[in-house]
Design a protein around this ligand. Structure first.
Ligand code: IMP
Ligand code: MG
Length: 179
């Protein structure tokens, strides 16, 4: 399915994503057994992964959402929170659920911001890890897939606000990015 003609092949099928999300949920569920888990997700890209992950968890979890805006490209990790958590996370086990980690700057900022709120623990679960442009090395407790050096869309990931709602993850044609 490519009504836009912008895609250059499916990298991860709906089936592959679903299987992996189930495996991650099983790991998270056993690691956080009998704990008070809060899943913190970044709008908007992380929502698809979060929704599937939390439904596969065999434990209760609170959901929290944050939104951030980057000060333009080349902002070097300077971000502004445009929507904060609804409640405190002090003493709770916080797992940040993100769609993708690229440079690591966004996640690094978020972790620093969350850490000062004194959660009982703070860890990261990313669906996609593309490490070729990594600037900040962060501990990733749960990782869905490693990605080659391609810009991807679908399953929450967007290209200028579009293509988020694809059920699979696809690479974007190089010429589209260069435009
Ligand atoms: P980082 O701060 O460089 O790690 O960037 C992470 C954020 O950039 C992600 O949360 C996404 O919103 C966005 N991003 C990075 N790579 C891609 C991609 O290939 N497709 C869509 N969005 C991306
Ligand atoms: Mg994001």
């Amino acid at each position: 399915m490519d009504p836009t003609g912008l895609l250059d092949g499916v990298l991860l099928t709906e089936e592959a994503i679903s299987v992996r999300v189930g495996e991650l949920a099983a790991q998270v569920g056993s690691d956080y057994l009998d704990r008070e888990l809060v899943l913190v997700t970044v709008l908007k890209g992380g929502v698809f992964f979060l929704a599937d992950l939390c439904r596969r968890l065999e434990m209760d979890a609170r959901l929290e959402f944050m939104a951030i805006s980057q000060y333009g490209p080349g902002s070097h990790g300077v971000v502004r929170i445009t929507k904060d958590l609804d409640g405190p996370v002090e003493g709770l086990d916080v797992l940040v659920v993100e769609d993708i980690i690229d440079t690591g700057l966004t996640l690094n900022y978020l972790l620093g911001n969350l850490r000062v709120r004194n959660p009982a623990s703070l860890a990261v679960c990313v669906l996609l890890d593309r490490d070729v442009r990594r600037i900040v090395d962060l501990p990733i407790s749960y990782r869905g897939f490693r990605l080659p050096d391609r810009f991807v869309v679908g399953y929450g990931l967007d290209f200028r606000g579009t293509l988020r709602n694809l059920r699979f993850i696809a690479a974007l044609k190089d010429e589209v990015l260069e435009r």
